[in-house]
Design a binder for this molecule. Sequence first.
Ligand SMILES: CC(C)(COP(=O)(O)OP(=O)(O)OC[C@H]1O[C@@H](n2cnc3c(N)ncnc32)[C@H](O)[C@@H]1OP(=O)(O)O)[C@@H](O)C(=O)NCCC(=O)NCCS
Length: 276
Amino acid sequence: MALWFRRLLPRKGRGSSRPVNDPDAAPPKQTSPNSSVTELTHHSQHVQDGRKSRRTREEIADLNAKYASRIGMPNSSQYQLMVAGDPYRVLNCPQLMGGKVEARRFCAKYNLDDQVLEDQSDMPLDDVFKELRKAREAMLRSIIGRVGQGPVIEPPFHFSYGCNIVLGDKFYANVNLRIMDSALVVIGNNVLIGPNVTIVTDLHNKDLETRRNVYSSPVVIEDDCWIAANSVILPGVTIGKGSVIGAGSVVARDISPGSVAMGTPARAQGHRPGLY
Ligand SMILES: CC(C)(COP(=O)(O)OP(=O)(O)OC[C@H]1O[C@@H](n2cnc3c(N)ncnc32)[C@H](O)[C@@H]1OP(=O)(O)O)[C@@H](O)C(=O)NCCC(=O)NCCS
């Protein structure tokens, strides 16, 4: 096996090194195809344009219950607070600090394009392309909470923990995707993401005295959405099935299914026939 290809392969046992909720249980295996992805919820009936994106505790608890089977979740009280939307502290929580370091190690390796390409043998470039995709898919399955069939995430890719990311089938993300997954980030099937997209889940209080408190709120992107280049998706937002988010948008409120929304803040410009 060529050196460049090995550089990208996950280390043996990777993904099982993190503590999981039941320390005696093996983490759920990720297979391809991922049958569990068909459970991905459609929230469309609840999604209305402009709904304030702050989720209730009950909504967050429901989402956490629905996507409870994911790999790599730390077994710690701060983690539980974090995913429940309560204030939490990374410092003094070894599992959260460790999780962040693991994520950074992973990203450093995943994003190693220059070295990997320097190492390539005489392999035809289309084979290099396919092998790189295969190797990166294997890597994603070692750290991302749940992964559907055929994910492609172009490097560079950055995230906070990985375990709170749920990806449906046929997910494609172009370069420079950043997912700050302190809360769940649930992405449905057939979702396309353009270059330089950021999805954030963390929030601070606006009040100066309590601004250091950090808490999080999940993001849901339903099936068949296209999030165009340079968009930012803010905490607690749901983007309804089939929607298009125009380039450079800041999505601060929910977007109803089948919308073409754009701008800062993103507003639906209309619903297109054929887009749900
Ligand atoms: C959202 C999008 C698909 C809309 O395309 P469209 O329906 O053909 O829209 P139009 O080009 O006809 O523009 C319609 C209006 O919206 C405006 N507009 C288009 N895209 C916009 C955007 N991203 N933000 C703000 N306004 C936008 C246009 O200026 C135009 O306004 P006007 O009528 O006052 O001149 C497209 O503009 C877009 O953002 N494409 C993303 C491209 C990209 O990121 N590619 C990378 C690969 S993911």
